[in-house]
Design a protein around this ligand. Sequence first.
Ligand code: TNX
Length: 529
Amino acid sequence: ASVAIVIAAALAGCVPAAENGATVPLPSVVPAPTSIESAAGESFSLGAGTPITGDPDAAAALTAVIGARTGLTFTTGSPDARATGTVELTVTAGGAPESYRIEVDDASVVVTGADAAGLFYGVQTLTQLVAPEGDGWIVPAVVIEDAPRFAYRGVMLDVARHFHPVETVKAYIDRAAGLKLNALHLHLSDDQGWRIHLDSRPKLTELASGTAVGGDSGGFYTKADYREIVEYAASRHMIVVPEIDMPGHTHAVGLAYPELAEAPVLNDQMLDQSQGEGIAAPAAGSPYEGTVVGFSSLKIHDEATYDFIADVFGELAAMTPGPYVHLGGDESLGTEPDDFAEFVARASDIIADLGKTPIAWHEAGDSPDLADSTIGQYWGFVTPTDGMDETARGFVENGAQLILSPADAIYLDMKYAADAPLGLTWANGPTSVERAYSWEPADVIPGIEEGDILGVEAPMWAETVRTLHDIDQLAFPRIAAAAEAAWSPPTGASRLRTWESFRKRVGALGPLWTSLGIGFHSSDEIPWA
Ligand code: TNX
């Protein structure tokens, strides 16, 4: 009989509670929580009459998702005396930041957050626990205790290669927040377009925002749009990290302010990196619609450049309540190393002087005069090549931390398979779901320990990405692997942190993702429920 139950549990997408053949199935939670145990007793029956009480924001977040999942309409507010059981959502101060506890028995579901974010994450977990049973819906009897491993858990969206409207960004925020990610990094400028209106430099959007890769149309965010994104993110406990990429990736700046731009240069390294795709020679003064990287630069030895970036970062910092401003700094392939080092040092100082913490792609880690607070974002491989680990250690030697975005694991814009219509392949692609999952943050850069890591971020570059459906196809399910690296206990520290456990838990989320309208890639690596 126990074999039958285990098989039934596997079919339902559940994971056995223990490896010794124990028969109590545990529900599937992604990212894996710190601890999850089956509780004694019956599960909780969830019905249209179930009152959802306590914190109104958490109740709204819960009912939106479980309403979509179950088709039921729930009542929020004070408990109804006639109700057979309640869902209680509360904040009780104390405990680690962003942590929560869930206790379910047949009489109640109690979610307690250590703070508002913790309660929000408890609610996200609860949405994954809701399961069909017979004609109705239940929450299995469990006790869960959970807290994040890393403080910074991000996704990046490139809105420069293709522009993505506010509605798409909001939808991506919902998707990311549901996996307990708390930072949205917006790549707001690149060679192909400038995507944010700034009053101090109005020509950027007037003259440099209209086009995109492949002749597609461009676009930009007004200040009101940006505010709307920031507020929406905050309501899902996410910060926005704006990036203006420089000194390279700035061809679009030259369309608006030609006096700031060096003439484009095209060398073999740039052509190599673009793998023969999208090669079009850039020409000063014309919009760039190809996908070659590294050919553009701001003028390093001209004070007008620093007046420009002081204006840009000053205005952006004032619009951004989160602590970080990203200065880019990747792939300045035509810039002399000394010039590059000088430039990123000055750009990081400008951001630090504005009271923000600078973030830079890891190339800036070689600069001797970088602002000490600058966080490095590592985009090398899980096994570092070309000295990228040494460069990344520069930030830690300055006393700051790293964000890990290993490109061969969690670049969400890599193809899943060689014949996939969407995505690129330069980062050892295609990238399977298993490869996206099978890496451990503390093992990537020798000499970098837990405390040196601020967090994990999964970038989505948009050379091939035009729509929300494209984003969904590339991000899901690999975004769940990035979320688990960012949130869950380290590999080896939890029996849930294995590929076998992960693929089953992800498979169990298929119906929830479908009910939320997420157009995930139904990878054959995952046993979809
Ligand atoms: C590299 S890695 C880039 C981007 C491209 C991306 C495509 C890094 C910081 N920059 O300019 O869009 O590859 O995967």
